[in-house]
Design a protein around this ligand. Structure first.
Ligand SMILES: NC(=O)c1ccc[n+]([C@@H]2O[C@H](COP(=O)([O-])OP(=O)(O)OC[C@H]3O[C@@H](n4cnc5c(N)ncnc54)[C@H](O)[C@@H]3O)[C@@H](O)[C@H]2O)c1
Length: 247
């Protein structure tokens, strides 16, 4: 894909699932990747797989302002700059109806999934401004942010909020050459999806027109495309990748 050679990209949640597959795809395309994860072992094993010239593992919590500032600075020091961000780390929270949902669980989802995406988006915008360079950002939303899914209402609402941030950031920063898009995956075979109870997972495929889950590699290809120079006129969009679920 055009423009990914020598690109410096931060992938949050890059130790597992969609983020890990994206980091791998970007390195295959010639980018240098910083894998940020709160799980040190997962991040290190993802980076080891890709080799030390192309990948760097950094431990950090995406929802902590100090951590975010710190790991962006570390990437700039190691690779000279930061060009792109896959703003991807997230958690699913418990499966529960809103009527029963605990405030502490709601707050945790908002902190990691929404505040985390805001902090990383803001740091990427500040970095691009300081570097006087263009930048590309892909935020990971979810189909649950585009339609109501019973028992995933709190999670889905954080994913809907990400769509709002994506649009606002795209409009505000278009003139500076920054593009911001969101991906809207349906169910994808990852550790996150595997954590749901069997009875929930068994019902899901029936709702998907293609009759199967997506793979992390399929999502990674979309992320790489949106980050690359193959998509110069695409900003502020939300792109479903879901076997037809939202259709
Ligand atoms: N798998 C799906 O079905 C699906 C569908 C739609 C959207 N998504 C979204 O895709 C993203 C990636 O999900 P996945 O399925 O690959 O999950 P995953 O659990 O396989 O990977 C998520 C990674 O994020 C890391 N992480 C969690 N909290 C963090 C924090 N506070 N700071 C830094 N890292 C943190 C985890 O350690 C893990 O390595 C999430 O935002 C998720 O909501 C997933």
């Amino acid at each position: 894909m055009k423009g990914l050679t020598d690109r410096v990209v931060i992938v949050t949640g890059g130790g597992s699932g969609i983020g890990r597959a994206t980091a791998r795809r970007l390195v295959e395309e010639g980018s240098r990747v910083a894998i940020v994860d709160i799980d040190a072992d997962a991040g290190r094993s993802a980076a080891d797989e890709l080799g030390s010239d192309a990948a760097l593992a950094l431990v950090g919590d995406v929802s902590c302002e100090e951590d975010v500032h710190h790991y962006f600075a570390e990437v700039a020091e190691r690779f000279g700059r930061v060009d792109s961000l896959h703003n991807n780390a997230g958690i699913e929270g418990p499966l529960a109806r809103l009527v029963d949902f605990e405030l502490s669980e709601f707050q945790r989802l908002v902190r990691i999934n929404y505040q985390g995406v805001f902090l990383n988006l803001r740091e990427m915008l500040r970095t691009a401004r300081a570097q006087r360079s263009p930048a590309t950002i892909v935020n990971t939303s979810s189909g649950t942010g585009a339609h109501g899914v019973p028992q995933l209402g709190a999670y889905g609402s954080t994913k809907a909020a990400i769509l709002g941030l994506t649009r606002a950031a795209a409009v505000e920063s278009a003139k500076e050459g920054v593009r911001v898009n969101a991906i809207v995956p349906g169910p994808v075979e990852t550790a996150l999806f595997a954590r749901f109870p069997d009875e929930f997972r068994d019902g899901v495929e029936g709702f998907i027109p293609q009759g199967r889950l997506g793979t992390a590699e399929e999502v990674a290809a979309l992320v790489a495309f949106l980050l690359s120079d193959e998509a110069p006129f695409m900003t502020g969009g939300a792109y479903a990748i879901d076997g037809g679920e939202l259709a």
